[in-house]
Each structure stands twice: as C-alpha cells, then as structure tokens.
Write a protein that binds this ligand. Structure first.
Ligand code: SF4
Length: 703
C-alpha cells in the first residue's frame, strides 16, 4: 500500500535537540485530508507521519507526503521577494525588499486598472493548498478589484456537474467509515491505493467480512492487484458499461421499485436509453469478458448493499460527465442508498457548508464580470475570447477586444506552465512582454520562470488554516508548526499588503485569522452546529454533525422536489477526437506511484523513486507495432505538440493506450516539455472540465 516509508531527516546537527511532535493537517489536493503528526527539532521539520488517533488517517501518511520534511528543508526554497532581470521564461531575478515588491506591484496593478479596468486582471489559482484561508480567501482581493472571475474547472467540475445533475446541489457520499458494511464494492476509474489510500484499510476490513472488490480501469495498477477482479476497460466506454448494467438490472426486475417510485423521475426515458446496451454489445464495446459481466451484474444487484467508488480521472474526456452520471445512477436504481455502507462516493465536499460568501468576496462580484475557464488559459493569454462554459467543442478563438485582453496574471497555489492544457501555448502566452505576471510560490517552478515578480509563500507547516475534505466528513484545523523560512509570507498577508497599498476599502480583506474562522463557522447548516473556533482549535479534527445512521439520498435528492433525475438520460458519447491513421493511440495520464501532480515534483528522493525521469507505459503489442524497445525513448505526438519520454513496455497498459503516469515539472524532464504539450483546451460534456484523458497520439522511437 501507499504508506509512508520515509526515513526521518537528521536531527539538528548544530545543537542540542528540542524534539517535539505537533499536530497538523495535510494541505495537498487529496480526498484523504490526513491528520498529521510533525516532528520538529529546533526549527527543523524532521519527520511527518499520520495521526494514529484519526479514524480515517489511522497512523500513516502516503509515500509522497511522508517526504514533505525534505521539501520543507530543501535549500532551493524561495526565501526573498524577487524582480525579473532576464527575459521572460529565463528565470533570472534580483532580490528586492517586500516594501519595494508591494509598492511596485500595487502601482502596476493600479495603472492597469486605470487604463483598462479590473477586467484585464486574471487570478489563476487551484489546489496548491486545500486550506480555506490560504486557498480561498485571496479571491476576495481580486473580487474587490473587479478582476476577471476564474472558473476552477481543471479537475473536479465535470464529476461535480454530473453528480449534481442526478442528485442536486451539494454533493455528498456514503460515509467511508460505513463502507465496512458493503458487500460488493466497485472501484471505478480510480487507483484507490494511490489517490485515496486511506480507503484501503476500510476496503480490507470490508473484504474480511465477505465483500467482493472489482476494479474497473484501463490502467492495470496496484489497485487492480489489490482487488478480487480487474476489468481493463476500453478508454471512454464507461457510460456504455453502466447503461448495460442498468438495462440488465431492469430486465431482470432487480431494481428497487419502492425506492424508485418514491424518489426518482424520468425512469422511462432512462430505460429507453439503456435499451440498446445489451450485455453482449457492452462486453464487446468495452472489451470486458461477457461471462464476468453477467456474473458481476447479478452479484452487484443482489449484494446487500453494493457500493461504487468513482474517480475523477474517468471524467476527463469528451463523454466524462455522461459516464459519471450513468455510473452513479446505479445505486439509485438498486435503492442501495437506503442501506448503511451502500450507495456511492465521488466527493463529500458538499457536506461542508461553511459560510464562505464574505470571506471569499462572493458578495463583491459585479453582475457583468467576465468568467474565464481555466482550461482555456492558453487561448485567453493569446488574445482569444473563449467564453467557454460547458460543451465538448474546442474554444471559438474569437479575438478579445482591446479592453478584454488579459494584461496581468497573478498566480498562486498553481503551476499553469506545467498543468494547464495545451501548455506549449500557455508558455507562449506567459512569454508576452506586455503581460504583467506575479507568482507566489515555494520554489522556482516553470511558471515562476515567467514572473515579473516572484514572491516567497509559506508552506502549510508555516501557517494556520482550516481544512474541509472531499473524502471524509471531518473538519480540521492546523496551527503553524514552524516559523516561515526566510522572508516567506502567507498568501493572505501578501494580498492584504497589496490591498492596503491600493487603498481598497473592503473590510473582509483585512480580517485576521480568528475573524475569518468565526465568519466561516457562522453557518446555518445543522451539520456544523455547535462547532466553534475554540473547539476546532483545541480538538483539531471534528466530525460534522451528520444524522445517525447517515444514509445520504435515502430520502431522495437535493433538488426541491427531492427526485433523483434519471432524465434526460445519460448517453455513451461519441468522441470527436478518435484514434485514426495519423494518431492511432489514446493517451491517458493517471497519477503515478510517486509523482501525482507538480506539488512534490522537485523533491529529489521522490524523483529518484519515480525512476529519475518521466516515463510512459505502452502495451507489448504496441511496442512491437511501432518499433519501440523497453527503456528506449518514445516520441509521442498529438495534434497539439510533441514530447519524448522513457518507455516502459508492460501489459499494465491496455493495447491501444499510452499511459503517462504523474505530472512532472517540464524543466526537470529531459526534453523540458510538459505532458500537457499534448493535451488540448477541448472541454467535457458537462461542467466545462478538462479533457486530459482525450488526446489521440502517434508514437515512435527517438533515434
Ligand atoms: S494520503 Fe493524501 S491527505 Fe494523506 S498525506 Fe498523502 S496526500 Fe496528504
């Protein structure tokens, strides 16, 4: 399992040790939101482990975060504010004081607003920290400026939109602590042992009590080996499989008619949509053994209860929203929401109804504010009005008017030069001489190389924050465990200084942390009842006041009429981007064993564990067909770009699929290119999400 094996860093070599163990919470973008214990020697962080007293964390941190002390103490941490002296992208800076940085940045922003309006400033941020204070409250600064509104669509919006199309707003899930009651568990499109590793002990316990575990994923990985059975499904056919399962359940009369009568609408249309998807057709279309599929449907339908854990990765293609809708209607068809441990899980985030309106400045957004879909950053920076919300077409490329052109980009908690789709064009946009770019960071990332001002930010170990979760139901608080390194400052402090210098009159920007926490907890939501700042600060982790037993959707959906929506029915979407003679293979990019996103992507021991350079998996038949030997460098070409990667030949990749594991820093890759040079701004069918699992590619050896 993906447990911590990291050795502690050496204790303070210079003096007597003053070793102490302090509680914290993992701030990385991960559903587990682990409660952590941090060993600190003097001012050095020497070890990080999971808190054994936390019911979900159960005493272990994952293999990545266990190495956070190494990251925290890395000598190349950014320690001082800096101003660009070289060309954009060259990464050459000179050290300046905070006063100079704040004065000069605020002056530039003020001039841009005066000349063009706040609508020429784009904040770009994502989940570099999951903390509410350092992650979400900086948005209030931009909203007070009248800046563009960033739609944060890169990861979860398709899944969220799909779930909410079925079940209404505020998505919630089966409580993972109840999963032990499940008797048939489907892990659909998720490498649980890497991306949700604290579910593994619960799955093991459920299996001990007789549960069967099926893994469905085109990538055969350690979760496949952990499961009782694995289906290496054809990429992008998940909706067809789910509709076929639904059809068979209805054909056999295994549906829960009482539940559907009371809590569902649109069942006739759904039945019609399922009709073409016989088990025989789906087995062939999805490349799944028919006999296994037959056995599975009966066992799944008759298990009391069955449960599906569904991953976001499978939603990142043209039909991802429909696929997730089709899968997550199955528990409603069976009425398994009425049984403890039954149902499904995508995200628990809708349970945390914090009062965010004022602290994030939602009340400051002007009615005509233009929204920018973060998946379309490349086109936006290059002057195209993408005006994109949710459709499966590539952006329109209508040119922005002079007033609409983005003149300033402020990046925090993200690394778009590496992670944004079509990153070759993102870098082209970042290189614009007239674009005023400020980056808040821990290290000099590829994005930071393009900054006009590069500002050192604190890590989660250096500031207090409040954490929700999207994998469990504990609200958590963490204090700083060490002082900020060098002159690093919190995101909040930096935006407060800028607001002050720009004389922005919005009281919420200046609230201290205690006030922010009081405000966010001042919620009418009954699940937050009785949780106040003092209690959160002393207990650190408090489970929401969920009803007991907690049976989400047992009484229907979160729509006003409480009906679960089977109509309009989900469909198997025909992708516009299909394998063809020129690009015969599909590319997907799941998390790697060690490298997931770019957050930990410069930690030496992690890079070593991950093989020292990024690699791709290809099936032996594809290796033979395209003349590629194991360990040779493969050139991968899509319509959008070309990269070179080391090859691993393995049946872990499905034939016809190239698997690139983990997102590496471009500048730490031998060709200095991003995996996202191959991806496009094409959007998903629901929620305007990213389509990282969509590109078709050609491969060949690098000679
Ligand atoms: S499993 Fe997730 S939450 Fe836990 S330590 Fe690792 S990244 Fe952080």
């Amino acid at each position: 399992m993906n447990k911590s094996t990291a050795e502690p860093l050496p204790l303070n070599p210079n003096g007597s040790t003053s070793l102490r163990v302090l509680p914290s919470v993992c701030a990385l973008d991960c559903p587990d939101a682990c409660a952590l214990l941090i060993e600190v020697d003097g001012d050095r962080v020497v070890r990080l482990t999971g808190n054994p007293d936390h019911p979900i964390t159960q005493g272990f941190a994952c293999v990545k975060t266990a190495r956070y002390p190494e990251r925290q103490e890395q000598p190349d941490r950014l320690l001082e504010p800096m101003r660009r002296v070289g060309a954009k992208g060259e990464g050459k800076f000179e050290v300046i004081s905070w006063q100079t940085a704040i004065d000069e940045i605020s002056d530039r922003l003020r001039k841009i607003i005066d000349k063009y309006s706040g609508q020429s400033i784009l904040p770009y941020c994502y989940a570099g920290t999951m903390g509410v204070i350092q992650g979400d409250t900086p948005k209030a600064f931009f909203r007070a400026l009248g800046a563009l509104e960033l739609d944060q669509t890169i990861c979860a919006t398709t899944g969220g939109a799909a779930w909410e199309a079925n079940y209404g707003p505020n998505k919630i899930s089966t409580d993972p602590e109840d999963l032990i009651e499940a008797k048939y568990i489907v892990l659909w499109g998720i490498n649980v042992l890497r991306s949700n590793s604290h579910l593994a002990p619960i799955l093991k316990a459920a299996r001990k009590r007789g549960a069967k575990i099926l893994h469905i994923d085109p990538y055969r990985n350690e979760t496949s080996r952990f499961a009782d059975e694995h289906w290496q499904i054809r990429v992008g056919t998940d909706a067809a499989l789910a509709l076929a399962i639904g059809r068979e359940i209805l054909a056999q009369g295994w549906e829960n008619r009482d539940y559907l009568q009371a809590h569902a609408s649109g069942l006739d249309e759904y039945r019609q949509a399922c009709e073409p998807w016989t088990l025989e057709r789906a087995a062939q279309f999805c490349d799944i053994p028919l006999a296994s599929l037959r056995i599975m449907v009966e066992a799944f339908a008759k298990s009391d209860p069955s449960f599906i854990k569904v991953g976001y990765g499978m939603t990142r293609n043209e039909g991802g929203g429909n696929a997730l809708r089709a899968i997550t209607l199955l528990p409603a068809l069976l009425g398994s929401w009425t049984k403890l441990g039954g149902g499904a899980a995508l995200s628990t985030s809708g349970a945390f109804q914090l009062n965010r309106r004022e602290i994030t400045g939602e009340n400051l957004i002007a009615p005509n504010t233009r929204h920018v879909n973060m998946n379309c950053l490349a086109s936006e920076l290059l002057g195209a009005n993408t005006n994109s919300t949710s459709n499966a077409s590539v952006t329109s490329n209508k040119q922005l008017s002079a007033k609409e052109v983005i003149r300033s980009l402020i990046v925090f908690n993200s690394n778009p030069a590496a992670v944004a789709p079509d990153s070759r064009r993102v870098r082209e946009g970042l290189a614009r001489e007239d674009l005023f770019t400020v980056v808040l960071e821990h290290f000099q990332t590829d994005t930071a190389d393009y900054a006009d001002y590069l500002l050192p930010a604190t890590t989660f170990l250096e500031h207090p924050d409040v954490y929700t979760s999207y994998g469990h139901y504990y609200l958590q608080y963490a204090d700083a465990v060490v002082e900020p390194r060098g002159q690093a400052r919190t995101n909040r402090w930096i935006f407060q200084q800028l607001a002050h210098a720009m004389k922005i009159d919005a009281p919420a920007l200046y609230w201290d942390e205690a006030t922010l926490i009081d405000k966010m907890l001042a919620s009418e939501n009954p699940w937050l009842k009785g949780i106040d700042r003092e209690q959160l600060a002393s207990k650190k982790s408090i489970k929401l006041q969920l009803p007991k037993p907690f049976l989400p959707y047992a009484d229907g959906s979160h729509f006003p009429d409480k009906k679960i929506r089977f109509a309009p029915p989900p469909a198997q979407i025909d992708f516009e981007e299909q394998p063809c003679d020129q690009y015969p293979l599909r590319l997907i990019s799941p998390p790697g064993d060690f490298v997931v996103n770019t957050t930990m992507g410069n930690v030496p021991s992690i890079l070593k564990l991950a093989g020292g350079e990024p690699s791709v998996l290809i099936h032996p038949a594809d290796a033979q067909k395209y003349g590629i030997a194991a360990s040779q460098t493969t050139r991968i070409t899509s319509r959008y770009g070309q990269i070179d990667r080391k090859t691993i030949v393995s049946e872990d990749a499905k034939e016809g699929v190239v698997i690139s594991v983990g997102q590496w820093w471009p500048k730490l890759s031998p060709d200095r290119k991003s995996l996202n040079d191959l991806t496009s701004e094409r959007l998903t069918d629901l929620g305007g999400g990213s389509t990282f699992g969509n590109p078709v590619v050609h491969i060949g050896p690098v000679r």
